[in-house]
Ligand binder design. Sequence first.
Ligand code: NAD
Length: 687
Amino acid sequence: MSSSVSVANENGVAVVTIDNPPVNALSFHVRKPLYEALTALRDDPAARAIVIACAGGTFVAGADITEFGKPIQQPELRAIIALLETIAKPTVAAIHGTALGGGLELALGCHFRVADRGAKLGLPEVKLGLLPGGGGTVHLPRLVGPAKALGMIVSGTPISASEAKAAGLADAVADGDLLAEAVRFAKEMADRGGPFVPVRDRNDRLGETDLAAFGAQAADLAKKARGLEAPIACAEAVRNAITLPFDEALAVERQLFQKLVSGDQSRAQRHLFFAEREAAKIPGKDLQKRRIELVGIIGAGTMGGGIAMAFANGGLPVTLLETNEEALQRGLTTIEKNYAVSVNRGSLSEEVKRQRLGLFKASTDYADLADCDLIIEAVFEDMAVKKEVFGKLDAIAKPGAILATNTSYLDVDAIAASTSRPQDVLGMHFFSPANVMKLLEIVRAEKTAPEVLATVADLARRIGKVAVVVGVCHGFVGNRMLSARGAENEALLLEGATPSQVDKTFTDFGWPMGPFQMGDLAGLDIGWRNRKARGQTAVIADMLCEQGHFGQKTGRGWYRYESGAREPIADPDVEALIRAKAAELGIARRDIGADEIIERTLYPLVNEGAKILEEGIAMRASDIDVVWVNGYGFPIGKGGPMFWAGFEGAGKIVERLEHWHERTGRAIFEPAPVLRRFAEIGAWEAL
Ligand code: NAD
């Protein structure tokens, strides 16, 4: 007996309890005694049935992912499952909390599963760039059918106990004492008598999806995978479960797992998993947090409306404030429409929609924000307007209220200075659409109190956001790096590339879309207005805007769009415009390859990230990766720009940056000292 696994006998039913806090991961020090206990119980006449249960808040919530990529210490999970499958007496998994990954696979090794009403069951390995490597792909289809299994394995999304019962994954759902119910169930099975068929030998549901339908489902998933290997390997493994004998399918699952676990994509996705956890570790985390029960939002435009929805979705009441009734009504109508779309899509019930709308209050009077614990400003991006708003807030907000700005670029220190309480002021930079996008940049101003930072980081988690703390600079982490990524876009066009060619290089890399498509989607007029305000120009984009071509909303931009469609069509007029401008500027056009496009867009992106680290604007290189993956669509299979720099070769990046710096003299190409050091020692180091 070990401290991680104990055995008790309850009226002839052996209860094996795993106790490995915090989530009962299947570490070596659990597997070994578990294997030994099951071996002993297999032949123990005093045990008529076996229940596997867990202490603490959850069933086994997965493998021990710190062991991934290292040599496996025996017995591995597969050996435990194989052992379970040789046991003739009934075996029952008693599931509470979450049975995920290796945890669910362990449960699939049992004859039966009894789940607590609140339990969740799933195989989320795909989110780490893997497939379930403990027999999940061959066991699950035998219980729930191939189509359902494929959906669960490729999405990685867990299902509820009731859904598991309906699908055939759980045999019973317990509303009361789970362990008592599991023991009762096990005893009943033992009384009823065998033989008890292990899941591996239950083949009756495998034929319920024909191979053609399965192939169509898998092809659709492959398309959505956008270059990720894991979802495709998952589909292959589930298909094998249908077409190959059990042991062969199991062996191929192992090979596929090994290939993925040692591959770059899974390394990148595991990096991101840890990066998100790290990002949550912020200075002041353990300080007493302020209570946030009521949130005020100023401005009910694109961002204000989305931010308000994000809080309402998290169950917090919000008061929306606008300059006049008309603007307020416009904002509320958009919010209602957005919820209605979710109801029509089936992702939200009418009842929940009503509840959420019930959390909104609307006002044009600042006095109505006096009770708010947190007030977020999302008005026009104009320093004078922001200062005026913060001046008013200073007068009405209760003492201790947190005052946040959603500014994209402006100096949060200057905004804080327009109040008498800069310690309560910080930036909360949401991304559009704010009710959907996961990222939140929390901007720490010079005087922001540590507990204010910690309170907002906590709150971000409450509303399902991935928060990263950043410092004050123009555009913070994300938008500042985005500017560096796009600085050469027009030069590339003038020198010979086309918008579609640049965008294709991006989508081939794994981005959901390229910079020109993104510009058309966001609206070219936004950048144009910003440039004019800052006395800047962009030769081609300015010309498009002068002609009224703002992108998708006007049907023309970098591309043409057929009425109402979002599919970009290359526009010969735009290409002619680019050629004419190049001729006018005396720029000789030439063929530009994908390598050069990457060197002139993504290398400056990494370089700017290195400068951001150097300046302490981001605390860690991995925080920058979290920003780029969650806010800007950097492909997860490449782990974010800073992680990708390691794959690409920092030495090569420095060398090519130097080359472009010499040719153009542009600061974006001047290699940051931190990048040079990364090239030397292979680890990111903030100064
Ligand atoms: P928007 O023009 O859609 O909305 C701004 C709203 O603020 C308008 O409804 C306006 O009536 C209201 N407003 C203006 N002055 C006000 C005042 N004094 N009091 C109350 N309401 C006032 O703009 P947006 O896109 O929602 O941007 C808002 C802020 O969010 C800006 O700082 C912007 O930089 C930032 N931001 C925008 C995005 C984006 O993608 N749009 C992303 C992140 C951050």
